[in-house]
Design a binder for this molecule. Sequence first.
Ligand SMILES: Cc1cc2nc3c(=O)[nH]c(=O)nc-3n(C[C@H](O)[C@H](O)[C@H](O)COP(=O)(O)O)c2cc1C
Length: 189
Amino acid sequence: MKVIGINGSSRKDGNTAILLRTIFEELNRLGIETELIGLADYEMAPCRACFACKGRGNCVFGQDGFAGIFGKMEAADGIVLGSPVYSADVSSRMKTLLDRGGVVAAVNPGILRHKVGAAVAAVRRAGGMTAVDTMNHFFLNKEMIVAGSTYWNMVYGKEAGDVRNDAEGMANMRNLAQNMGWLMQRIHA
Ligand SMILES: Cc1cc2nc3c(=O)[nH]c(=O)nc-3n(C[C@H](O)[C@H](O)[C@H](O)COP(=O)(O)O)c2cc1C
């Protein structure tokens, strides 16, 4: 089984990356393979709303990395979306992924069906719930099954590394990963 984690931050090794790597540690303990994708490594254009992806299983514009990332989402058994809070919601990089991925999945029904999803946000002060909800909406709209935890999936921090000081938030990341792994093991038993 494999989980891909997608980091929507412009800081490749910032707080969101720490959250995703913490989740991966728990998933790896359960024998689940993981791969981290940083959207900062790609310049992704917004969705063109051409709907040329209908029946093709992926975006027809393959130059900017989106199609490769979506191919990995389709191949994975689980997807963790992580975003910093920008302007009280997900980053524009993450929003682009959700827009383009959302259209591809909408016109190619079932392409993400029954994969397990989890969404996390790194936040300085406010907007964490909105960001987590935005990413969960993607999962829930694509027939995916969303893993839960004991609290809201956001961790507080401003400068890179600050999230490590939010002990409750970091513990919640580990709990979320354990629940995601538990669910995946049962789906694939
Ligand atoms: C463009 C931009 C907008 C931001 N907007 C918010 C915001 O609305 N609310 C908030 O609490 N933090 C905001 N922040 C702070 C980040 O969410 C915070 O520093 C987070 O830990 C960054 O995660 P990263 O290290 O993964 O990039 C913003 C940061 C940037 C760069």
